[in-house]
Design a protein. Structure first.
Length: 152
């Protein structure tokens, strides 16, 4: 349990250290001015909420010092040692599969291209006479890489 008389002395020490009036201190820690007055007069005991507001508003105030007088004020944080230097763990490099560059094989068209059926040729001759565009060659590509070319 907090000794109220000792707590009041520590609270007054905080006010003196920062050069604050009770009213300004109340505003800084976001409590009613009457709350500070009642605490300083000994009428009320400090609530946990009040103590936490003081510690949050003034980082130099050590919680343990404020509650039971143990420690120092203003609180000087202990020097923190830097974390030990541990080299980062990196996974072994993933081997990149070797990609062989290949040149596409030249596919030879048949020596004599296959001929379209006669009925198609007759229709083409008719279209040539009309002055329209005419297909000269048709090439079929198969998924196995082969092809057939038809000369018209």
């Amino acid at each position: 349990m907090v000794n109220s008389e000792e707590f009041i002395k520590r609270l007054e020490k905080i006010l003196d250290y920062y050069g604050l009036s009770a009213a300004v201190f109340a505003d800084k820690v976001s409590v009613q001015r009457s709350s500070i007055s009642h605490l300083l007069s000994g009428r009320n005991k400090p609530s946990l909420e009040f103590v936490m507001k003081v510690v949050n508003a003034y980082p130099e105030v050590n919680l343990y010092w404020l509650l039971n007088g143990k420690g120092t004020f203003p609180h000087k944080p202990e020097k923190q040692l830097p974390p030990p230097s541990i080299p980062p763990i990196t996974p072994p490099p993933t081997p990149i599969p070797e990609v062989k560059k290949t040149t596409p094989e030249k596919i030879q068209a048949p020596a004599t291209p296959p001929q379209l059926p006669l009925e198609f040729k007759e229709k083409l001759v008719e279209k040539k006479r009309d002055g329209k565009k005419v297909i000269e060659k048709v090439i079929l590509f198969y998924d196995d890489g082969s092809f057939e070319a038809y000369q018209l």
